[in-house]
Design a protein around this ligand. Structure first.
Ligand SMILES: [Zn+2]
Length: 122
């Protein structure tokens, strides 16, 4: 089985086995995630909180947690703004007689149901 390390773990020395696994650090200081596929070390690292058998489930560092939280907050703000804009546009369309006529024409002249969004009063 392969284990993936938290991003701040660049090497591991498993004392009981005498094994050492390390990433290759590039000239700019960056490195790939440490991945260990060692039948000897894997059972000893499997329950360590810094490791996961699934790369998507590798725990985040404190800095990564903060960045993820910040990104989530920004996404919520953007979604709320987009939702408000969509609501205003939908309300505007629902009260636009030309749009309603065009929609009715597309529906083959059938009468349209009452719009689910009430036109805005402003
Ligand atoms: Zn090993």
């Amino acid at each position: 089985m392969t284990l993936y390390a938290r991003s701040d773990i660049t090497q591991v020395v498993v004392g009981a086995t005498g094994c050492r696994h390390a990433v290759k650090v590039k000239k700019d200081g960056s490195h790939e995630r440490l991945v260990v596929s060692c039948a000897v070390c894997e059972p000893l690292l499997r329950n360590d909180p810094g490791w996961s058998p699934n790369p998507a489930d590798v725990p985040l560092t404190v800095d990564e947690q903060r960045a993820a939280e910040k990104a989530r907050e920004q996404q919520l703000v953007m979604l709320a703004g987009a939702g408000a804009m969509f609501g205003q546009q939908a309300a505007g369309l629902a009260s636009n007689p030309q749009f309603l006529q065009a929609l009715q024409a597309l529906a083959g002249g059938q009468s349209l149901p009452t719009p689910p969004i009430a036109p805005s009063s402003n």
